[in-house]
Ligand binder design. Structure first.
Ligand code: FAD
Length: 501
């Protein structure tokens, strides 16, 4: 072992974030002698929501060497191809945000640009006709992507999971047991910090003290270490995203297992519907400025189909993130690091992304400030990207039928987002930095769904022959549909390959 290498990491919290950290680190640190311990309180419950994911969950499973079908079975999961947004543009209208690629670039030009030209030329296909995931979702089809194929459609789609958060944490906990991770069942009573603002040890309610070289704070919203002990501060983004509460309830499955999350705009926010194999997760994210808890519960009860399996539970939150996510020998992860409403199901993704950045910037006992700074810059960019993408849904909505939506019509928008939307309005172009999660296709899907029409398209695309492009569009849409319609149904696929036993 290099002299300066960390000897131990202590993860505090046994929710999704805590067990994801333990699982990923147990793989990434394989072969090292760094001891990993998870402290899990038997008395403080996990949040128990967080059931819709994005395709990077597959990268997480691969990094942890977890078998996908086994994980699907164990977490009662279903497959997810994107999100259907109901009533966002106006009541009665819906659009889809699919995962994966949409169309294929033409002679080096983005597909969206070429598609725009054909639209202006009068050869209209829908934007989503060129999205394998959207057509799969529309027809409730699914199969895992076969290895590299000739057919571009089969190479262009990706998927995520809807999973039971409690079962997922349990699965990962069992996995960690087999990998030599130590689990301590206790509640942390006190965090001991030295004069340099380094955490030295934890006092547990079983009378013992736990020392470690590094601590990962996965204690949920309160951030017992990062905030409670280190007072790092919180950057509040409520002025951009005013929703500050959610009410969640589980129901029996009343309709089929659709391979997408449904997000429906409501009077003071939006509701989610997430189908799992054994039940459905539902919730209403709302702003307490425009809606009381009772009104929210009433709205949610009316919105769900299927018998309620528990009493609706209200969860308050503050949108934003810690001023520093890594400080000295403490990393904040999951809800302890910050919170963005789950409109694009990005929290579990951010847990994974934080861990990936952390492993890349893995410290030694010198704890150089440049390493920490580089990490914090990276994760801040990720947070900001997701924040802007979520704001996009509100600031482009056409709704003005309630006080909440009228506020959105004139809402403040960060400069970073304003610039992005302005360029799109001008010429249908999206500035995209490699490594960012939301692709050009994702931005175009929301903007197209909200009927934001660019004034122009890329001037060089005008040089293409009209008829050539019209044929290309027809052929693209045809090949997507033809390939998708050969796939099995989503439910049928689960039944055959990964149904809960
Ligand atoms: P928690 O689940 O709160 O776990 C905290 C852990 O810390 C618990 O084990 C607790 O026992 C432990 N702990 C606390 N204090 C102590 C102490 N003193 N001593 C010892 N242990 C302690 N994410 C998505 O990706 N997709 C979604 O669709 C989604 N939907 C969401 C909907 C809502 C309404 C909310 C609020 C969140 C949603 N999330 C979603 C986020 C997701 O739930 C979390 O990111 C994820 O569950 C991680 O939670 P966590 O582990 O950080 O915290």
């Amino acid at each position: 072992m290099q002299k300066n290498t960390l000897g131990s990491i202590c993860i505090v919290g046994g929710g999704t974030a805590g067990w994801m950290a333990a699982s990923l680190l147990s793989s990434a640190l394989q072969g090292s002698r760094i001891k990993i311990t998870v402290v899990e309180s038997p008395d403080i419950a996990t949040i128990g929501v967080g059931e819709s994911t994005v395709p990077t969950i597959m990268d997480f499973l691969r990094s942890c060497q977890i078998n996908l079908k086994e994980f699907v079975e164990a977490t009662s999961a279903t497959f997810k191809l994107g999100i259907r947004f109901d009533d966002w543009l106006k009541p009665g209208e819906q659009f889809f945000h699919p995962f994966g690629r949409i169309g294929q670039d033409v002679n080096g030009f983005e597909f969206y640009q070429v598609w725009l030209k054909t639209l202006r030329d009068g050869h209209a296909t829908r934007w989503l006709d060129h999205s394998p995931c959207a057509i799969m979702a529309e027809n409730q089809r699914f199969m895992l992507r076969p290895p590299q194929q000739q057919n571009w459609v089969l190479n262009s789609y990706s998927h995520a999971l809807h999973l039971d958060a409690i079962l997922a944490a349990r699965y990962l906990r069992e996995l960690c047991k087999t990998r030599g991770i130590e689990r301590v069942e206790a509640t942390v009573n006190k965090v001991m910090v030295d004069e340099r603002q380094f955490i030295r040890s934890l006092e547990l309610d079983n009378g013992t003290t736990l020392a470690s070289d590094f601590f990962i704070d996965c204690t949920g919203f309160k951030g017992l270490l990062i905030e409670g002990a280190l007072n790092i501060g919180y950057e509040d983004w409520t002025h951009y995203l005013p929703c500050n509460r959610a009410v969640a309830v589980q129901t029996e499955n009343a309709s089929g297992l659709h391979p997408f999350t449904v997000a429906t705009a409501r009077d003071a926010g939006w509701t989610w519907k997430i189908p799992l194999q054994h039940r459905t997760g539902n919730g209403y994210v709302f702003s307490s400025q425009y809606c009381t808890d009772d009104q929210a519960i009433d709205t949610l009860r009316k919105a769900v189909s299927g018998k309620l399996l528990n009493e609706p539970r209200v969860i308050p939150f503050t949108t934003g993130r810690r001023k520093k996510i890594w400080h000295n020998n403490c990393l904040a992860l999951g809800l302890a690091s910050g919170f963005l409403e789950p409109l694009e199901s990005t929290a579990i993704h951010l847990v994974h992304k934080t861990l990936v950045h952390f492993v890349r910037h893995f410290p030694d006992r010198d704890f150089e400030s440049y390493t920490e700074q580089a990490f914090n810059q990276k994760i801040n960019i990720d947070y900001q990207e997701i924040r802007d993408f979520i704001i996009l849904h509100y600031c482009t909505s056409g709704r003005d039928d309630t006080e909440f939506w009228r506020w959105c019509q004139a809402m403040p928008v960060p400069d970073s987002l304003y610039e992005k939307i302005s360029l799109f309005r001008e010429r249908g172009q999206i500035e995209h930095i490699p490594g960012q999660f939301f692709t050009i296709d994702s931005w175009c899907s929301i903007l197209d769904g909200m009927k934001v029409s660019p004034k122009k398209y890329h001037p060089l695309v005008n040089e293409f022959d009209k008829q050539y492009l019209a044929t290309l569009m027809q052929e693209s849409a045809r090949s997507v549909r033809e390939t998708v319609m050969k796939m099995p149904g989503h439910e049928e696929y689960i039944q055959q390959h990964c149904a809960v036993k």
